[in-house]
Design a protein around this ligand. Structure first.
Ligand code: DQA
Length: 145
């Protein structure tokens, strides 16, 4: 069975109470439940992790070779700052889909730049928790079954 690594970046553990006007009231638990349900129906396996520290994400991505067929990542604030996460994704050559709950291009200017986008196969941004499902579907179609 194909295996996909799902990484939630910093502060996404606070979803549900964090900036509800921007992210809605969905919790990370609800997102993960939906992802697992969708993955089961599509017969792919998921490992889902959340990290607040950049280095933890770098290590997880860096050790993913041979273990995962694709990566689905919401790098959260590190989207806009992390050369280290970008380099890790580039280094492992595992097809990666970048997702965001909010439309980062409709927000503050500093969010308009993603350092991750050039090393991702594609990006889904702005559809709330649906971004993750669409991103998962994109990852599945990239790797086949
Ligand atoms: C986010 C967008 C980022 O700009 C922000 O720092 C986040 C969440 C999103 O999912 O919309 O933490 O990645």
């Amino acid at each position: 069975m194909r295996k996909i690594l799902v990484i939630h970046g910093p502060n996404l553990n606070l979803l549900g109470t964090r900036e509800v006007d921007v992210y809605g009231s969905v919790t990370i638990g609800e997102i993960n439940k939906d992802l697992k349900k969708h993955a089961k129906a599509r017969k792919v396996a998921l490992e889902i992790v959340q990290f607040n520290h950049e280095g933890d994400i770098v290590e997880k991505v860096g050790s993913a070779s041979g273990k995962f067929d694709a990566i689905l990542i919401n790098p959260a604030a590190y989207t806009h700052t992390s050369v280290a996460i970008r380099d890790a994704i580039s280094a492992v050559s595992i097809p990666t889909v970048e997702v965001h709950l909010s439309n980062i291009y409709a927000r503050e200017e500093f969010r308009h730049t993603s350092l991750i986008a050039p090393v991702a196969r594609g990006q889904v941004s702005g559809f709330g928790k649906m971004s993750y499902i669409l991103g998962l579907e994109a990852a599945i179609s990239m790797i086949g079954k």
